[in-house]
Design a protein around this ligand. Structure first.
Ligand code: SF4
Length: 341
């Protein structure tokens, strides 16, 4: 049996208890230390299967602070009953979205057809116009926007009001960035890299914020380019390093094991990136969404398997994968002597 603290403590969302969600916010881990000084914590929790397969679960696997908070708010709203919808999927986890749908929560792409009930705002926020429309329609608003994303939105608004041209470092197609940009009241530009910032035709007062999942290096490069152009620069480091922390820890784990399992939605950018960084170090890396996708042949000749999960992967999905790997180990007698444990 696998036992271990994994940093996502969302037991409340297990099937048996999902109608009475009660997270302890003091247990949530916010990791906003500067990642330039980040030292990966490799004190993972491990278990050993019946045939000696060692399973190591990354300490930071699964929900980050903002996703955990949003999921909690969504399940609490759903448990109240009544007409409840989310504007876009609440988080990038098809399993969570499906559970909410089973509780009657619909996913909408716009507010056009909603005239009453509650609307849940996803963790990476929505455009300010959409919030205004929800207020205008007098909908009950359950704002699950991550506080770190909210901060970036507020900085854009205040920079813009103070007469700065705003530069947002990030992916222009990402809903979080589209939401952040919508808070500008004047000129606003989205740039992915320093090279793009170099092409901007801006001068004078420049204010800079970043999409929360950007790398510090990228933000720094954009700031350097803007320094050449502007007469006054204000920078807000709005990067949340939950993603970077997961990646650094996963890299350390991938180097130490014979096989890596990365769990999370295929539509989750941070899980996909997690799988990529692991695959660069461990060719036997598999990205799965659910336990049913595990294949026993992946574990042939494997002594130690590492498991990690994206920031939007719920605990129950991780638990099912761990239990499934243990079952595969139990049912298998041919693991060879190359075990590391
Ligand atoms: S990764 Fe995004 S949702 Fe999670 S804590 Fe950071 S900003 Fe919030």
């Amino acid at each position: 049996m696998f036992v271990g603290e994994t940093g996502y403590s969302s037991d409340d969302l297990s099937p048996a208890r999902r109608s009475s969600v009660s997270f302890s916010l003091h247990m949530l881990r916010t990791t906003r230390h500067d990642k330039r000084h980040f030292v990966p914590d490799i004190h993972h929790h491990a278990s050993e299967g019946e045939n000696g397969l060692k399973i190591i679960l990354a300490k930071q696997a699964g929900f980050c602070f903002g996703v955990k908070r949003a999921t909690q708010m969504a399940f609490e709203a759903a448990a109240k009953g009544g007409k409840t919808c989310t504007l876009g999927p609440i988080i990038h986890s098809p399993q969570v979205v499906q559970r909410l749908e089973e509780m009657g929560v619909k996913v909408l792409s716009t507010l056009t057809d909603l005239d009453s009930g509650a609307i849940i705002i996803r963790s990476h926020g929505v455009a300010s116009e959409e919030l205004q429309e929800a207020r205008r329609k007098e909908l009950e608003i359950v704002d699950a926007t991550c506080p770190f994303v909210k901060k970036a939105q507020e900085h854009v608004k205040s920079l813009s009001q103070a007469g700065y041209d705003v530069v947002v470092v990030g992916d222009a197609d990402h809903p979080e960035v589209q939401g952040i940009v919508s808070y500008a009241k004047g000129p606003v530009y989205v740039v992915g890299y320093g090279e793009e910032a170099a092409k901007l035709k801006i001068t004078g007062k420049i204010g800079i914020v970043a999409q929360t999942t950007q790398s510090f290096e990228n933000l720094k490069n954009v700031v350097l380019e803007c320094l050449v152009k502007g007469s006054e620069i204000r920078v807000f480091n709005t990067i949340c390093d939950a993603t970077a922390v997961r990646q650094e820890e996963a890299k350390e784990l991938a180097k130490r094991v014979d096989c890596m399992i990365v769990i999370g939605g295929y539509n989750s950018a941070n899980t996909t990136r997690l799988a990529q960084v692991c695959a660069e170090l461990q060719p036997r890396t598999y990205h799965i969404e659910t336990a049913q996708q595990l294949n026993s042949t992946w574990f042939e000749g494997v002594g130690t398997v590492g498991v990690t999960a994206g920031a939007s992967t719920p605990k129950w999905v991780i638990d099912e994968v761990l239990e499934h790997i243990e079952r595969i180990d139990k049912d298998t007698t041919h693991f060879d002597s190359s075990r590391v444990c």
